[in-house]
Write a protein that binds this ligand. Structure first.
Ligand SMILES: O=C(CO)[C@@H](O)[C@H](O)COP(=O)(O)O
Length: 143
């Protein structure tokens, strides 16, 4: 959903925390729109930007928290210490970006464990294919 819908949600549910996972190219383009619409956290894909640190700074300037997502084929080591320490949240995709209803990719779970070991205090999310049969493996990876 885009900024116009977020704006309606924000007006209808005052104080709602809108965690916006932006599966978009050129995530730099949408920071202002999402902030104006009431976004509270702006999560972008590491693969979609050449300058994640500047993007995190732009997100923070608009008073949003910053999240960094990685797609299934991106190793957790692509999230450097500098990037992770600058971000508020790290997101490991457990399906390929594009659509809901895909099969959970268990091979992505070790990335969660690696990030948790490296960043014990950081918020970590997973996205994709999470349900009653897959939630336990996520929880045991220390989300
Ligand atoms: O859009 C995506 C993946 O492209 C995810 O953000 C979906 O939300 C995952 O949906 P489910 O796998 O839970 O149906």
């Amino acid at each position: 959903m885009g900024a116009p819908i977020l704006s309606c949600v924000s007006k209808g549910v005052p104080g709602i925390f809108m965690d916006c996972h932006m599966m978009v190219a050129e995530p730099e383009k949408w920071v202002d729109d999402i902030a104006d619409a009431g976004g509270a956290l702006y999560c972008f894909h590491l693969e979609a930007t050449t300058d994640p640190l500047s993007l995190i700074t732009s997100i923070r300037k608009r008073s949003m928290k910053a999240g960094v997502a990685i797609s299934p084929d991106t190793p957790s080591t692509a999230i450097t210490d500098e990037i992770a320490n600058a971000a508020d949240m790290l997101l490991v995709m457990t399906v390929y970006p594009g659509r809901g209803g895909q099969k959970f990719l268990e091979r992505c779970v070790p990335k969660v464990a690696d990030l948790r070991a490296r960043f014990p205090e950081k918020d970590i999310e997973v996205d994709g294919g999470v349900g009653p049969s897959t939630v336990d493996v996520c929880a045991h990876a220390d989300i």
